[in-house]
Write a protein that binds this ligand. Structure first.
Ligand SMILES: [Zn+2]
Length: 186
């Protein structure tokens, strides 16, 4: 199931893995309350915390789950996918040359025409200004060097980056299961 968009009105439920860690930090693993209730009835999750509000039908009544934990542990991927989003996340949604968060695009550190690959170790986030300025040149020729040399991140590194960009709505019952600092940043 995909993470639902977070709005204050739809009673999103935080999904924990069987080890009580969030299944994902970014995006934060959330289900709609409907999916959470379904999973409860299918015995796939344990309810850890709930909202005050109830769901009612003629045959049952229950408080809507706000945090559930999966009964079966889902192994976490070791290698993050090489996607535009993950690359921006690795670089903190900033240009690696000037630090600007605006008009982000990508730069081949070693230009393609000189054999530079489209890979984790040769692509960095760059604003369009820096991209244009550097053109098809090597860093030493353009005198532009990335703050951090491009690298293949681990899942853990991306998750750590992800917690710096928390969603705009966090239910208080989720706080015990998230990093300490996420509340301060929210
Ligand atoms: Zn820039």
């Amino acid at each position: 199931m995909d993470a639902a968009p977070v709005t204050a009105g739809n009673y999103p439920c935080l999904i924990l893995n069987a080890d009580y860690q969030p299944l994902s930090y970014f995006p934060l693993s959330l289900w709609s309350w409907q999916d959470a209730v379904k999973a409860v009835f299918l015995d796939r999750v344990d309810v850890v915390d709930h909202y005050e509000q109830c769901v009612r039908s003629p045959s049952f009544e229950m408080q809507m789950p706000s945090v559930v934990a999966l009964r079966d542990y889902v192994p976490q991927n070791r290698t993050p996918a090489f996607t535009r989003f993950n690359l921006f996340l690795r670089d903190g949604f900033k240009c690696t040359y000037c630090g600007s968060p605006n008009e982000l695009t990508f730069d081949h550190v070693i230009p393609r025409r000189l054999g530079g690959k489209t890979s984790w170790t040769n692509i960095v986030a760059a604003c369009s200004g820096c991209n244009l300025k550097k053109g098809g040149r090597l860093p030493k020729d353009a005198r532009m060097h990335p703050f951090v040399a491009p690298f293949q991140p681990t899942m853990h590194q991306l998750q750590a980056q992800g917690r710096r960009f928390p969603p705009n709505h966090l239910h208080e019952s989720w706080m015990d299961y998230l990093y300490w600092d996420i509340e301060l940043l929210a």
